[in-house]
Write a protein that binds this ligand. Structure first.
Ligand SMILES: [Zn+2]
Length: 52
């Protein structure tokens, strides 16, 4: 069983997303060219609060 969370493009629902680490946490979609920090995670789970 894979525990990897697959991410989907919010625009075209493709899961061919490239992570661009040099821009922070930015994803680019191979299909539609969408670029942004927001992706859809298939698994819904509670967001951890990060203390800075
Ligand atoms: Zn896309």
């Amino acid at each position: 069983m894979s525990t990897k969370s697959s991410r989907q493009c919010p625009k075209c629902k493709s899961n061919e997303l490239i992570l661009l680490p040099w821009l922070g946490v930015i994803y680019q979609c191979k299909k539609c060219g969408y670029r942004g920090p927001l992706t859809i995670e298939k698994r819904t789970r509670k967001t951890k609060k990060l203390k800075i």
